[in-house]
Ligand binder design. Structure first.
Ligand code: MLT
Length: 446
């Protein structure tokens, strides 16, 4: 048999696997290392008690033939689809129905699997830097073209995100078939305003583009002016699929549950220009290749829509956001240019004069025993940046920043004045708005 050669065109390893193997090497070489993980966005707070109780009840259901659940609906159980439609959309004035919701084992799977329902010839548009699954899965499906010497793929349209455009992809002059948008953005932490999203919806309408809107981090948005769903924009139901996750909001990274919204209004065309509802294709794909998320996990996710569940999510996100704010301030004080960290768990940072992300990663790892994600792993425009996450505990976050603050990042004496050295952790403590972290840390005994 012949292999899918697109796989051999791809770089050897997925970004987070490469980081993980570098950390493994480091641990082997330094068995006593007290490594603090701030690389992959994996959460640290436990799952809410109401979710645990709901899952215990669901486990008990499996023990009796009256309440046992075998294969579930591939689209997800109606109890969860209805809770999502009501809790995440209708109560916020957005007309999304239970039938529009497809439950999955997480956003990452759906982002990759969606490629099954659009043409192999589709031209893909991605923000650079961006979540690597968009590009890697497109390449696996044969939509990449050739790997160019600058590390980019010949058939993919890259939209550069730099400080000058606030790290937000701008509507391109040419049309593409499918565009991946992420807000709050992984990795830069930036968010689209209502007007910016409106521009994207209009672009999609003009060009018959499908927007794949990754809103895995929507629960981190605290600014009421910032849209949490693309369906807050008029006309979006005709052009966009929205993908969400319970991973970061409710600690489901290990449990696995997310969902994808495919509104009935959304259509694609065949070569003759005949229109087909994408919902029909996605339903066909899911019922053929997926047997649904586990009943127990879906019962757990349903509990997130109770008042206790909502309260727990808010509490978790308060902590992660306050970690992110802390990281942001500490990195600024250490002399970095810093972005994100508001309405987002991610902080995106660059050390002036250092253009090599992996070098920065290695230096922070060896001198502070703190792991980060090299920005270059998210795309060429990420060169020189690192991404830090607010998902560790407040105590570890504080410890990590204290260690980073002790690294002497100064390159030469001439730069000395430009760095507000943070060699004394008191400098961080003096930042009034961070006192909240002390209270949380103490209250939780973290
Ligand atoms: C990240 O760190 O970007 C994410 O945790 C990765 C993921 O969700 O797959």
């Amino acid at each position: 048999m012949y292999i899918n050669e697109n796989f051999i065109k791809l770089p050897q390893s997925y970004l987070f696997s490469t980081v993980a193997s570098k950390l493994k090497e480091y641990r082997e070489a330094h068995p006593d290392a007290d490594l603090i993980r701030m690389d992959i966005g994996d959460v640290t707070l436990p799952v809410a008690s109401c979710v645990i109780e709901a899952m215990h009840r669901a486990v008990d259901d499996m023990a009796s033939s009256d309440t046992f659940h075998g294969y579930g609906p591939e689209q997800g159980y109606p109890f969860l689809r209805e809770a999502i439609a009501k809790g995440d959309y209708q109560e916020r004035g957005i007309d999304i129905k239970a039938d529009d919701i497809f439950i999955s084992d997480g956003a990452k799977s759906d982002l990759g699997n969606l490629g099954n329902i659009y043409s192999r010839k589709s031209v893909i548009g991605v923000a650079d830097p961006g979540y690597p699954v968009y590009v890697d899965s497109s390449v696996m499906d044969g939509r990449g073209g050739d790997l160019l010497s600058d590390g980019r793929w010949s058939r993919i349209l890259y939209m550069d995100c730099k400080p000058e455009n606030g790290f937000k992809p701008e509507v391109p002059a040419r049309g593409v078939d499918v565009v991946f948008l992420c807000s709050p953005c992984n990795p830069t932490g930036t968010v689209f305003t209502r007007d910016e999203l409106k521009e994207w919806v209009e672009y999609a309408q003009r060009n018959k583009t499908l927007i794949v809107f990754d809103s895995a981090y929507e629960a981190f948005v605290r600014d009421p002016e910032i849209p949490r769903s693309i369906y807050e924009i008029e006309g979006a139901k005709e052009v966009a699929i929205e993908i969400r996750s319970f991973s970061k909001t409710a600690g489901f990274t290990g449990l696995r549950c997310g969902y994808t919204v495919v509104p009935s209004e959304l259509k694609g065309m065949d070569r003759e220009g005949n229109e087909f509802p994408l919902r029909q294709l996605w339903n066909r794909r899911q019922s053929t290749k997926f047997n649904g998320a586990s009943y127990i996990i879906q019962r757990g996710a349903e509990a997130l829509y109770t008042p206790q569940g909502r309260e727990a999510i808010k509490g978790n996100i308060d902590i992660y956001l306050s970690n992110a704010r802390y990281i942001r301030k500490a990195m600024e004080a250490a002399g970095f240019e810093v972005y994100g960290g508001d309405n987002s768990p991610y902080v995106w940072a660059k050390l002036p004069g250092e253009d090599d992300s992996w070098k920065l990663f290695e230096r922070i790892l060896s001198e502070a025993e703190v792991s980060s994600t090299p920005g270059i792993g998210f795309g060429e425009s990420g060169a020189g940046y690192i991404r830090l996450t607010g998902f560790n505990s407040p105590k570890n976050t504080r410890k990590a920043m204290e260690r980073i603050s002790r690294i002497n990042f100064k390159k030469d004496d001439a730069l000395e004045d430009e760095f507000k050295s943070l060699n004394d952790i008191k400098a961080i403590k003096a930042l009034d708005d961070l006192n909240v972290l002390d209270d949380i840390t103490e209250a939780l005994g973290l």
